[in-house]
Design a protein around this ligand. Structure first.
Ligand code: GLU
Length: 414
């Protein structure tokens, strides 16, 4: 995966003729932290876990990026995800570098108490690897606001008596009550919708007339679905790891959202037909939203897909062979680093609120989020026209140009 991520960046680097020194620096993460740590389970057994924090680049500011809890987490995956954060933060103009972390675990198999002990121990062992001005984790696949609250509390408890307000910024995506931001939970899905709306403007479509299918109904997919349905989009298919639901007339998204909140899955929802998982890729739609894991849109699935745009809510959902097929069919792909940047943008707003001690209103959060996402989309479209390339290559070109400009000015130490 890290190789594939590097290929995306090298292609854009060629297009803008990126300085070879900067290429070398950006091809490898700056720091790779691997931690083996013990956790006492409810049964009394003590089990060892493996956790990672990969800090890719901090030219633009503190390292920034999520923490993933999933059985497939490994060094290679986290390295790719960390690099994508550098390019994402640069693209949308945030004062952050890129990082990612994770623990190889299926969180569904553990109790709340076990997860709390795991999060606290991992945070403690990370020590000074993280900090509000060093590296700021956030939620990702398998992690949530409650876990971010535990990280903040653990960090605060070993930090001495001072700086009680600003140290809350050691992590973002916290509960609002604990120092989180209004609008953060829905931010990634909201940003995906802003990106889709921008594409509609670019291509002369109406958002309210789109037929949409969504792979993944976790935080990102479910909020996207809820907000898209409010705009009048017809969500005709939704899949998660338990089921794939289809209704050609459009699913009842508010009901499905409520059902999934309560049951933590979509299986068993009786308002739609359950179909075979692979059929998701055969349903003709205007927009396909991959909001699950990486490498889902493979070459074989891409051959079967019929859509006009893919908005990558997940990180790395399209394989490079899948992308070639889709671009060949004239499908636009709004890339992850642009499409799902809403999460880290509102993380930035949360961090600013933690620094100032002043809370923002939710409509201020949404307005500023939209401005940032649209502005980045405008830049990508302009670059796409200038270079005559795909949205992904253009997004990387915008992102790399900013990094190169800062390297040019700062120079490389010593
Ligand atoms: N995990 C999210 C991402 O991949 C959010 C990161 C953040 O808020 O720092 O962009």
């Amino acid at each position: 995966m890290h190789e594939a991520a590097n290929r995306q960046f090298q292609r854009a680097a060629d297009l803008i003729d990126l300085n070879p020194d900067y290429r070398k620096i950006l091809s490898e993460p700056e720091n790779e932290v691997v931690i083996n740590f013990p956790v006492r389970l409810d049964s009394g057994e003590m089990r060892m876990f493996k956790g990672y924090r990969i800090q890719h680049n901090n030219l633009l500011g503190p390292f920034k990026g999520g923490l993933r809890f999933h059985p497939d987490v490994d060094l290679d995956e986290v390295k790719a995800l960390a690099a994508w954060m550098t390019f994402k933060c640069s693209l949308v103009g945030l004062p952050y570098g890129g990082a990612k972390g994770g623990v190889t675990i299926n969180p569904r198999e553990y109790s709340d108490g076990e997860l709390q002990r795991l999060v606290r121990r991992f945070t403690h062992q990370l020590g000074d690897t993280i900090g509000p001005e060093i590296d700021i984790p956030a939620p990702d696949v398998g992690t949530n606001a409650k876990m971010m609250d535990w990280i903040m509390d653990t960090y605060a408890n070993v930090s001495g008596p001072g700086g009680r307000q600003q140290l809350k910024g050691v992590v973002t995506g916290k509960s609002v009550e604990v120092g989180g931001s209004l609008g953060r939970e829905a931010a990634t899905g909201q940003g995906v919708l802003y990106a889709l709306r921008h594409w509609c403007g670019e291509t002369g479509q109406r958002l309210s007339e789109l037929r949409v299918s969504i792979q993944g109904f976790g935080n990102v997919g479910s909020h996207f679905a809820r907000l898209a349905a409010l705009e009048g989009c017809r969500v005709v298919a939704v899949a998660d790891h338990t089921a794939t639901l289809h209704d050609d007339e459009g699913l009842d998204i508010p009901a499905l959202f409520a059902y999934a909140r309560e049951n933590r899955m979509i299986k068993g929802f009786d308002g739609a037909d359950e179909i075979d998982t692979e059929k998701l890729f055969d349903i003709a739609v205007d927009a396909f939203i991959p909001a699950a894991l990486e490498n889902q849109v493979t070459e074989e699935r891409a051959e079967r897909m019929s859509c006009r745009v893919i908005v990558e809510a997940a990180n790395g959902p399209t394989t490079s062979a899948g992308e070639d097929v889709l671009l060949g069919k004239g499908v636009d792909i709004i890339p992850d680093v642009l499409a799902n940047a809403g999460g880290v943008v509102v993380s930035y707003f949360e961090w600013l609120q933690n620094q100032s001690g002043r809370a923002w209103r939710v409509d201020d959060v949404d307005t500023r989020l939209r401005e940032i996402i649209w502005d980045a989309n405008d830049k990508v479209v302009a670059m796409k026209e200038e270079l005559n390339c795909s949205h992904r290559d253009a997004a990387y070109a915008v992102s790399l140009s900013r990094l190169a400009d800062v390297y040019d000015r700062r120079g490389i130490f010593p």
